[in-house]
Design a protein around this ligand. Structure first.
Ligand SMILES: Cc1ncc(COP(=O)(O)O)c(C=O)c1O
Length: 414
C-alpha cells in the first residue's frame, strides 16, 4: 500500500487521537513503533476484550469502534426501508468506495471489484478461467485449503491437472523459491497460484521475483493476498500478478465479510464471473464480479471507514509497529531451550505474524495451555510440513500482552 496516497487527508476521530497524531507527526515511523503511549491510544479506539488476549488477528481482525459504529449506523438507516436505503442511498457511494480501495491498492478503480472475502474473490478466477482437460495449474501444498479445494473441484470436474509445489519454510532464499515455483512449468501450464503470505507461518513470498519468472515461461499468476492488504506497504499491480484477491476483514480491520478482487485490466474480459452477469454488462467491466445478490451493504460501505482509520494511523507507522511487535516477543524467546521459530526474521520475509514450536509439545497442547492458563487466544497449526503455534498481534496489541506470552513460553520451555 502506498504511504502517502493522493486523496487521503489526515483523518482524526477524537481529540485524544488528534493530540497523539500531532505529537508523533515529526517522528520517524521506526521511532513511533515503540511509542507505547501512541499505540495505547490506538488500542483505545478498538473494543478489545478485557478477558482474553487475542493473538489470532490472522484469522480475522477486529474492526475499530469507528467501523463498528458505521455498520450500526448504516444498519439502522437500512432498517428504515431496506430496498430504498440500500439500493438508492448507500449504493450511490459504490464508485467512491471503489476509488478509495483502488487508491490504497495503488491501482486503477476499473480493476477493483468489491466482494466479501478472498475465497469469493479467487473463486471467481479459479472457476472463471477457460481451461481444457490436461491444462496444468501449479500450486503449493502450503496454500490455503479453500483455494486448494476449489482447484481440486476443477480437477475432478474439468480434467485439469494440478501440479504440487512443496515449500520448505522458513526461508529467505528467493532464488530457491523462484526455482520451486517455476521448475514444473511446461507448455501445458496455464496458471501458477502464488501466496503473498503463507498463512500458516507468516512467510512473505518475494512475489515480484516469482511472478516475473513465471511470466517469462508463459503462465499467468494468481496471487492469494488474503493476509497482505493493509498489513504492510506495496502496490497491488507492482506485485506483478494478473489476479489478486484479499480479505479486508483481516489486516485492514474492515467489518467481517468484506473483500476485494483486482484483475489486470486487459485480463478482465477472459474471466467468467462466478455469479452470472447481465447481457448489458460489458465483459471488460470489473463490476460484472459484483452481481452478488442481496447482501449486507452496511458491512460493504463501512470498508471506507476502515480505510480512513488505516490512513489515520498511517500505513508506514502500522507496518513498523506490526514488525516491532513480532520482533518484541520473538527476540525474547530465541535461544530458549526447546524453542523453535518457524518464520524467518528477515524483514522482507515476515511482518506481524510468526509461528513457533516447542520440542516435545504438540502445537494443540501449547495453544490450549496458553488459553487455559494465560487467556491467550492463538491458533495451533498442523498442516503438511508445518507444525507450530501462530502468533498474530495487531495494532491494538500491547507489549504487556506480549510480555504475558513470553512468560508463558519461557515456562513451557523450562
Ligand atoms: C492464504 C489464505 N487464503 C485465503 C483465505 C480465505 O480467507 P476468507 O476466509 O476471508 O475468504 C485465508 C484465510 O485465512 C488465507 O489465510
Amino acid at each position: 500500500m502506498l504511504a502517502a496516497t493522493a486523496g487521503f487527508a489526515d483523518l482524526i476521530f477524537s481529540e485524544e487521537l488528534k493530540a497523539q497524531i500531532d505529537r508523533v507527526s515529526n517522528l520517524s515511523a521506526a521511532d513511533v513503533a515503540s511509542d507505547e503511549t501512541f499505540w495505547n491510544t490506538i488500542r483505545e479506539a478498538y473494543t478489545t476484550s478485557a478477558t482474553i488476549i487475542n493473538l489470532n488477528n490472522g484469522g480475522v481482525s477486529p474492526a475499530p469502534k469507528v467501523v463498528q459504529d458505521a455498520v450500526d449506523r448504516y444498519n439502522k438507516l437500512t432498517a428504515e426501508g431496506p430496498s430504498y436505503y440500500m439500493w438508492q442511498v448507500l449504493d450511490k457511494g459504490r464508485e467512491g468506495l471503489r476509488k478509495k480501495i483502488a487508491a490504497l491498492a495503488g491501482a486503477d478503480a476499473e480493476e477493483i471489484a468489491i466482494n466479501r472475502n478472498t475465497t469469493e474473490a479467487l473463486d471467481n478466477i479459479i472457476f472463471g478461467l477457460d481451461f481444457e482437460p490436461g491444462d496444468e495449474v501449479l500450486l503449493t501444498r502450503q496454500d490455503y485449503p479453500n483455494m486448494i479445494n476449489a482447484w481440486k473441484q476443477r480437477e475432478k470436474r474439468d480434467g485439469i491437472v494440478l501440479k504440487w509445489i512443496d515449500l520448505d519454510l522458513p526461508t529467505n532464499d528467493t532464488k530457491e523459491l523462484v526455482k520451486r515455483y517455476t521448475i514444473q512449468i511446461t507448455n501445458r501450464t496455464k496458471l501458477v497460484q502464488v501466496n503473498h503470505i503463507i498463512n500458516w507461518t507468516g512467510h512473505i513470498n518475494p512475489v515480484r521475483a516469482i511472478a516475473d519468472a513465471i511470466h517469462a515461461k508463459g503462465p499467468e499468476v494468481m496471487i492469494d493476498g488474503a493476509h497482505t492488504f493493509g498489513h504492510f506497504q506495496f502496490s497491488v499491480p507492482e506485485l506483478g500478478g494478473d489476479y489478486y484477491g484479499t480479505s479486508l476483514h483481516k489486516w485492514l480491520s474492515a467489518s467481517v465479510g468484506s473483500g476485494m478482487l483486482w484483475i489486470k485490466k486487459e485480463k478482465i474480459h477472459k474471466v467468467w464471473p462466478l455469479m452470472g452477469a447481465p447481457d448489458t454488462q460489458d465483459v471488460n467491466n470489473i463490476r460484472k464480479f459484483e452481481n452478488l445478490g442481496t447482501r449486507s451493504f452496511p458491512i460493504e460501505y463501512a470498508i471506507a471507514n476502515a480505510i480512513d482509520f488505516h490512513m489515520m494511523i498511517g500505513p508506514q507507522r502500522k507496518e513498523e509497529r506490526l514488525r516491532y511487535l513480532k520482533n518484541y516477543w520473538v527476540n525474547q524467546c530465541l535461544g530458549l531451550p526447546k524453542f523453535m521459530l518457524n518464520t524467518h526474521m528477515d524483514p522482507a520475509f515476515s511482518c506481524a505474524i510468526a509461528n513457533f514450536s516447542i520440542s516435545g509439545l504438540e502445537p494443540a497442547d501449547i495453544a490450549t495451555k496458553l488459553m487455559q492458563d494465560y487467556g491467550i487466544h492463538c491458533v495451533a497449526i498442523n498442516w503438511e510440513n508445518i507444525h507450530g503455534v501462530r502468533i498474530a498481534p495487531h495494532v491494538y496489541t500491547s507489549t504487556a500482552d506480549l510480555d504475558m506470552l513470553v512468560a508463558a513460553i519461557k515456562k513451557m520451555c523450562a
